[in-house]
Design a protein around this ligand. Structure first.
Ligand SMILES: [Zn+2]
Length: 456
């Protein structure tokens, strides 16, 4: 632990957290850091205890689950091991939307926070969560990032979304108070162009981060430019990729460009971090002491060493408990036979398949990560599903399935924000449609580029 990290943990961060915000994140982090070294058997016992408490809470306090349990002839006492959860059918976004109020615990009404997400499948979605679950999510994310060397207080550069429509370079390379306490700088992933990539390289060379964190596609854009005869004058100790899939080819390119190992993470807006790679890079360690991660077939039957739906049960969001929630991703279940050589008792799964957001491009050389669009579309309540398609360099098609009335004000809001990142040389064609077709493999895609790859 570096001197700064010690100082950070003992003085700066606690002052920031408890003094300014009254959060318990650091205490939870200590708890999760300790628990990751428990044996698989001990973690199983811990998970069972947490699950039984959660299910009892659902039965007593949550109208939706109380009714479902009764219909299924299930009670919380029936759960004696995590596998017994399979008695409950998986639920998806439609089920949660249809029973929204009944899914909120009676003893948490009026005390939860609401969060909207753009949805990795092009279907905006909202849910409720508690302050405790938020603080725990922050802690679990911190634990997973620490496996990649990004402990608290380590110098970080994030190539990230954040605010919409950043344009000036001072905004693009901002460092607020929060970021300077955390020794973290954030640069916008939504404002990359062929002619400003050198500014991103300069940001790395002048800040000299130990860890670079970002969207896979944004880091790939930068990596391709670096490998195209623009070597970096500074190498971080590690690179963390998030929010999108990472192919073997992308991993190799990032490792060559940044001269550091790549650690991929997997999460979604509903739960934040679900799994992360340790130094052995064999799939993701699941946060078994925080979530139950299952890989199951269409009927909800858990799979072994096969690809299926990701189902998540959040052990700590008692405000709106999600049990066996299918987030729309597919992943490979491990065979469970071999324990990771790192010594952590947390189970492994992965790789994850199915979260693919194509990069979009503009005639003046801008490179827009697909993640921009879920960020934006969640702001418009009338959008039920959407997809962005690019068939020509100078045109984007935004297909929207609306719920309720999609107003002229909604349209001009979207036009304004989108032209803010695409510039004026791109035509935007917004169309209301009845449905958005699935891909041949049955998935929903948020952004689809049909440009030849040499358009880059
Ligand atoms: Zn490991």
């Amino acid at each position: 632990m570096s001197m700064y990290e010690r100082l950070f943990r003992s003085v700066l961060y606690p002052a920031y957290e408890s003094g300014l915000r009254g959060r318990k994140t650091l205490r939870y982090l200590q708890e999760y850091e300790r628990q990751q070294w428990l044996s698989p058997e001990e973690l199983r016992a811990l998970q069972t205890t947490k699950l039984r408490a959660l299910l009892e809470h659902c039965q007593v306090q949550v109208p939706y689950w109380r009714r479902r349990f009764r219909e299924l002839g299930f009670t919380w006492q029936d759960l004696r091991q995590p596998e017994d959860l399979a008695a409950l059918p998986p639920i998806g976004k439609d089920e949660i939307r249809a029973h929204y109020d009944d899914m909120i615990a009676e003893n948490w009404r009026g005390k939860t926070w609401r969060k909207a997400t753009g949805g990795s499948t092009g279907q905006p979605f909202a849910f409720e969560y508690t302050r405790e679950s938020y603080e725990r999510r922050m802690a679990v994310m911190q634990r997973g990032y620490a496996w990649a060397g990004a402990s608290f207080g380590v110098k970080r550069l994030d190539v990230w979304g954040g605010d919409l429509g950043l344009s000036s370079s001072s905004q693009r390379f901002k460092a607020g108070l929060f970021d300077s306490v955390l020794r973290r700088r954030v640069v916008s992933a939504f404002d990359m162009r062929r002619d400003n990539l050198h500014e991103y390289a300069q940001a790395i060379e002048s800040w000299r981060p130990q860890v670079i964190v970002g969207y896979t596609s944004a880091l790939e854009t930068l990596a391709d430019w670096i490998l195209d005869g623009n070597p970096l004058g500074w190498h971080p100790d590690s690179v963390i990729t998030a929010a999108e899939m990472l192919s073997d080819r992308q991993r190799a390119a990032l490792e060559r460009a940044f001269g550091a190992p790549v650690f991929h993470t997997y999460g979604c807006r509903e739960f934040m971090l679900i799994g992360a790679e340790c130094e052995h890079h064999h799939g993701y360690h699941a946060s078994d002491d925080h979530l139950v991660v299952e890989i199951a077939d269409e009927t909800g039957k858990p799979l072994v060493a096969d690809v299926g739906n990701v189902l998540i049960t959040d052990l700590h969001n008692w405000g709106m408990p999600f049990l066996r929630y299918a987030n729309g991703d597919l992943a490979r279940a491990s065979d469970g036979a071999e324990r990771c050589p790192c010594g952590r008792g947390l189970k492994r799964f992965g790789p994850v398949e199915g979260r693919r957001l194509d990069v979009l491009r503009t005639p003046d050389g801008r490179i827009i990560p697909g993640e921009f669009f879920p960020h934006l579309l969640k702001e418009v309540a009338a959008v039920d599903r959407f997809q962005v398609r690019q068939r020509q360099l100078d045109c984007l098609e935004l297909l929207i399935v609306s719920k309720g009335e999609f107003t002229a004000a909604d349209e001009s809001f979207l036009r304004d924000k989108i032209s803010g990142v695409t510039g004026d040389a791109t035509r935007l064609d917004i169309r209301l449609v009845d449905d958005i077709p699935l891909t041949p493999s049955g998935k929903r895609r948020v952004t689809v580029s049909e440009l030849p790859t040499d358009a880059a």
